[in-house]
Design a binder for this molecule. Structure first.
Ligand SMILES: *Cc1c(COP(=O)(O)O)cnc(C)c1O
Length: 362
């Protein structure tokens, strides 16, 4: 008789991650708008830097990431010693759960919070807990009310994915003020760059013993495939995470690409300007077809349909037009589709396809 080895409790409760669909067979000219990637590709300076670094791929990469941390510190006005680099910010999220939450502990996030919070909480054996949002917007009072003796981590993506909505500094500060001392507030700034004048929560993470900020190069900086992100927080917390971090967790080309990406202001400014312009344009074009969305602060919009059936039918129509967007039923939003802001041509194709779809449905 054979007995199947069993994983730790909680692991089998994790549903396998479904990433944004990447291909459609039988289509030329497919546009992928399902993973919030930069439509203009990677920054040219980052590509050059990664190519140069590839010649050293027989060497282990830097273990302390000192060069990138100091570049990040200079760019954001932060203390490099309080920065930690991960294979995507997903890795930083996982370390936080592993280090600070275990069986019996609670990891709190909002109703439509990013999927990695649940995955990492369960992976650590902790209990995921959600707090309601108010019409797809973070409700600070609901989050504070959901904090208990057992709460160890509170994750908040601001702006949030998949809703695209955000709360202002006043509300964010109120959340940081109200969180119990035994819990860490993690402000996930994956889309912070898209919000003019917003520091992603850096000022809160700089001044408090229990606030951490996470950031990524995967969205605005166009380096999703390189797997590089970072966290910033109190020295004591960063020290704990560094103990869990594999010594060579980020590859040499990824480190080089990220450092170059920070300096490519032309690429960044162009990406930001086009995103801001086309986000408004697309939201208005869809609204004119009876498909509203909340004002988005990120590089996608969350299009709302009458019901799940209509969202699914429109998704199918978009696919038939070679346009891949993201269904978000797993986020409790079955009547919505999340659409990354592509380049102008992609946005026009989406608007035309939705208009065509709406023209067909009574
Ligand atoms: C994309 C995303 C991340 C992380 O992406 P990485 O590629 O792992 O850096 C984190 N949080 C949110 C809310 C995201 O949308």
């Amino acid at each position: 008789m054979s007995i199947t080895p069993q994983p730790q409790p909680g692991i089998l409760d994790i549903a396998l991650y479904e990433s944004g669909v990447a291909t459609l067979s039988g289509h030329e000219n497919v546009v992928k708008l399902s993973s919030n990637e930069n439509p203009f590709g990677p920054p040219p300076a980052a590509v050059e830097a990664a190519k140069a670094a590839a010649g050293q791929m027989h060497r282990y990469p830097s273990s302390d990431h000192a060069s990138l941390r100091s570049a990040l510190g200079a760019a954001h006005g932060l203390e490099p010693d309080q920065i930690i680099c991960g294979a995507g910010s997903d890795e930083v999220i996982a370390w936080l759960c592993q280090a600070y939450a275990g069986p019996g502990d609670e990891v709190l996030y909002t109703e439509h919070g990013f999927s990695m919070y649940r995955i990492s909480a369960l992976g650590a054996g902790a209990t995921p807990v959600t707090a309601p949002e108010r019409e797809r917007v973070t409700d600070v009072d609901a989050l504070l009310a959901a904090c208990t003796e057992r709460t160890r981590l509170v994750f908040l993506a601001n702006p949030n994915n998949p809703t695209g909505t955000m709360i202002g500094m006043g509300e964010l500060t109120r959340l940081a003020d109200g969180i119990p001392d035994h819990a860490i507030l993690v402000i996930d700034g994956a889309y912070a760059e898209f919000v003019p004048g917003y520091d992603g929560g850096a000022s809160l993470a700089a001044n408090r013993p229990n606030v951490v900020m996470t950031r990524t190069f995967s969205k605005l900086y166009g380096l999703g495939g390189m797997r590089i992100g970072w966290g910033y927080g109190p020295k004591a917390v960063i020290d704990v995470l560094n103990r869990l971090r594999g010594p060579f967790n980020v590859s040499g080309p990824a480190l080089a690409a990220a450092e170059a990406a920070i300096t490519d202001a032309e690429f960044r400014d162009h990406s930001l300007a086009e995103n801001a312009r086309l986000r408004v344009w697309l939201a208005e074009a869809l609204a004119a077809q009876g498909v509203p969305s909340d004002v988005s602060h990120a590089n996608f919009i969350l299009a709302r349909f009458r019901d799940e059936a209509e969202a699914k039918a429109c998704d199918a129509h978009l696919k038939s037009c070679g346009l891949i967007v993201r269904g978000v039923a797993s986020y409790g939003l079955p009547h919505c589709l999340r659409i990354t802001i592509g380049d102008e041509n992609a946005c026009r194709r989406v608007a035309e396809a939705v208009a065509e779809f709406k023209g067909q449905t009574p």
